[in-house]
Design a protein around this ligand. Structure first.
Ligand code: PMP
Length: 357
């Protein structure tokens, strides 16, 4: 036996890039705002904090593995049976379970590209093959090309709506037309992490779409509009076999009691939280219009971020923003994604964008 032979790991893991979190704001230096992870800039509501503090007193105990209270609350709020729900460790945790439940070596997982950077990683972990269908020149999903790319190996298709990092959307008519072309044994996952930020009335609510379509699953999260990114809780709405498979494959006790209680309190405080979303949407309009006024081409966004295609200038632009006190998310060679944050952070970003032109 050779001295250096370690444990045998699955070949699929070779070359998987590490999931890259948004860079944190600089510690110490000049005030740096973090606009790199699409977080909610508002601090937790006092009522939600109270729930979390109360739950913290019992963290010597395991959480309720079935997330009973949260499941009941979700069932009431969204009008779906309990059997059609599954919770998980953030919606990325649920997405990973969805791939695990449907796809393995020899299978194909399809999504638009560029889109959410976790899709290729969690696909590769499963041993399945990614099929990346380029966005159109207008930075939107090319659903005709996606339908044409379906093969008898396709098991799962992500439609990220709105799309991360472009903020662009798929509208009702085109989505329905696409779904009509997808074979019934292929699962279509509507990733609606930014759903609450949508103001375009032509964008369908995935939970209405899923009702008549057994092969559609909707992913939602408490990380964005509800401001619980650090607590890790997301959920899926899907017909029974899919939801049951998700409950089976979830990491045991993956949603802490703090997260469950905070999520329930957030649903009960939804009016206040959605009011904050409204303010962020107003800021989004201001940022978008100011950028366009400066001469930038910015796609229409329905999420809590904007996308600037900068090509080779991407890394320099991100550095200029950082110098101005805001950390943005560069995708080298492509562009930057900038979260709508505190008003003063948005101002610093807009100042940097103006100076860079
Ligand atoms: N889907 C999309 C499109 C996202 O942008 C994100 C977060 N960046 C997620 C899912 C995952 O969010 P979480 O795991 O915090 O629920």
């Amino acid at each position: 036996m050779s001295e250096n032979s370690g444990p045998k790991l699955r070949a699929e893991l070779d070359g998987i890039p590490t999931y890259k979190p948004g860079k944190p704001a600089a510690a110490g230096g000049p005030v740096a705002y973090k606009l790199s992870s699409n977080e909610n800039p508002y601090p937790p509501l006092p009522g939600v904090m109270e729930q979390v503090t109360a739950a913290a007193g019992s963290f010597n105990r395991y959480p309720d593995m079935a997330c009973t209270g949260l499941m009941n609350e979700l069932s009431d709020r969204f009008g779906v049976p309990l059997t059609h729900l599954a919770t998980g460790t953030g919606s990325v945790g649920v997405a990973q379970s969805l791939i695990q439940a449907t796809s393995g070596p020899g299978d194909e997982v399809m999504y638009a590209w560029r889109s959410f950077e976790a899709y290729p990683i969690i696909t590769q972990i499963s041993g399945a093959t990614s099929v990346k269908v380029p966005l159109t020149a207008g930075e939107v999903h090319d659903l005709d090309a996606m339908a044409a790319a379906i093969t008898d190996r396709t098991r799962l298709i992500f439609v990220c709506n709105p799309n991360n990092p472009t903020g662009t959307v798929v509208r009702r008519a085109e989505l329905e037309r696409f779904l009509d072309r997808v074979p019934s044994d292929v699962l279509v996952v509507l990733d609606e992490a930014y759903r609450e930020f949508i103001r375009d009335t032509e964008v369908p609510d995935g939970i209405e779409i899923y009702r008549d379509r057994p092969n559609v699953c909707v992913l939602r999260t408490f990380s964005k509009a509800y401001g619980l990114a650090g607590l890790r809780v997301g959920f899926a709405v899907a017909h029974e076999p899919v939801a049951a498979a998700l409950r089976k494959t979830a990491v045991p006790f993956g949603v802490s009691q703090l997260a469950q209680d905070a999520a329930v309190a957030s649903l009960r405080a939804e009016d206040k939280l959605l009011g904050r979303v409204g303010s962020l949407v107003t800021e989004r309009t201001r940022v978008l219009e100011t950028l366009r006024g400066q001469g930038w081409t910015v796609p229409e966004t329905q999420a809590n971020f904007v996308w600037l295609r900068l090509g080779e200038r991407t890394v320099d632009f991100a550095a200029a923003c950082e110098k101005a006190g805001v950390v943005v998310r560069p995708f080298p060679g492509e562009g930057v994604r900038v979260t709508i944050g505190e008003d003063e952070a948005n101002d610093l970003f807009l100042g940097a964008a103006e100076a860079f032109r």
